[in-house]
Design a protein around this ligand. Structure first.
Ligand code: UDP
Ligand code: MG
Length: 329
């Protein structure tokens, strides 16, 4: 029998003091259950990534790490957002485990889908996407905007798995290659399909948050969607070029018409239409400049090669001695 893989669950946490004490034992139970069934190694871990929380989240993580050596945590030096927190955890895990499963800490994603994810890994898949089969618990608004987003993303040429968020199993082999994607604007769910390797999907029902409240209001969701599109696709630029051609042709026709009108001596009557055209073109130019500006802005950020995450603390550095002493006893 093949050696049992070491699994690291990667769990981003931002101001989650309310929900973490409830969900942390659930993650640990699942880990133990999988280990008892012989599907993963006993040396698997639950890795919490504290994303610069302002409440007691880090304190809770440190306490958990003292309770059970399967709990470990890293702390980002400040809040960097969900995507960077997951990335920090995955990059921390990649040399120390065989597989990772990233999952939110609020209990919305069904932990029991992990069994099937691990089975798919045993079947040879290196990336397993967790896909929401239903969105009954989301509000109508969130569901419609989110599903519209996936359709728009695919229409614009960015390959994303429909209704897949950031609940996924990724093998360390894939992560080693993923590390070569050095971009700063990251949109993980659109990037893993680019890395390739054998992949599949596992379906689960998404439930409600067990406690606390969402950190993704409409503004942040729109920002994520826009970031996803501009990070993964250059179609908007092509569309602008297309519109530019069409409006240039229309502009030339209008100009010819205006000249003929002028020759016929009817110029004063044309004032309103000229104003309309100026306004229309002015608006389109501004939108175009805005979108192009987004890409230039990103190019600027990418050329800086800033670090994408900075880890300031690790529970095991603090706890190492504690556990070594425990083992000696
Ligand atoms: N999160 C994070 N950094 C942030 C915002 C959120 O690490 O700046 C984490 C959060 O703790 C949770 C996950 O990302 O584990 C998803 O966030 P949330 O549940 O608020 O989003 P929703 O599920 O409502 O889209
Ligand atoms: Mg959530």
């Amino acid at each position: 029998m093949a050696p049992r893989p070491i699994l690291w669950m990667v769990i981003p946490c931002y101001n989650e003091e309310q929900v973490l004490p409830i969900t942390a034992p659930l993650f640990l139970n699942k880990l133990n259950e999988l280990a008892q069934k012989g599907r993963i190694s006993e040396n698997s871990r639950v890795l919490f990534v504290n994303d610069g929380s302002k409440d007691k989240t880090w304190q809770i993580i440190c306490d958990l790490a003292k309770q059970d050596q399967h709990y470990i945590g890293i702390c980002q030096s400040r809040n960097r957002g969900h995507q960077n927190a997951v990335l920090a955890g995955l990059m921390e895990a990649r040399d120390k485990c065989d597989i990772t499963i990233s999952i939110d800490c609020d209990g919305q994603d069904d932990i029991n889908a992990m069994d099937q994810m691990v089975e798919e890994y045993w079947n040879g898949c290196e990336v397993v996407y967790g896909v929401r089969s239903k969105r009954d618990t989301d509000t109508w608004f969130k569901r419609t905007t989110a599903e519209g987003f996936y359709k728009l993303m695919n229409a614009l040429g960015a390959e994303v798995v429909f209704n897949h968020a950031d609940y996924r199993l990724v093998s360390s082999r894939v992560l080693q290659h993923f590390a070569d994607y050095e971009e700063v604007n990251i949109f993980l769910r659109g990037m893993f399909p680019l890395v390739g390797f054998q992949s599949t999907s596992v379906y689960y029902e998404r439930s409600e948050r067990l406690a606390g409240k969402s950190h993704y209001p409409l503004k942040k969701m729109l920002a994520l969607a826009f970031n996803g599109i501009t990070s993964l696709s250059v179609k908007p630029i092509n569309m602008i070029a297309g519109w530019g051609v069409i409006f240039s042709i229309v502009g030339i026709l209008i100009a010819i018409w205006a000249i003929i009108e002028a020759i016929l001596g009817n110029t004063v009557a044309g004032w309103a239409s000229i104003i309309c055209v100026i306004c229309l073109l002015g608006g389109i130019q501004l939108i175009s400049l805005g979108i192009i500006g987004q890409y230039i802005g990103k190019t600027y950020l990418e050329t800086k090669h800033r670090p994408r995450y900075i880890i300031s603390e690790r529970t095991w550095e603090e706890n190492q001695r504690h556990w070594i002493e425990e083992e000696k006893r």
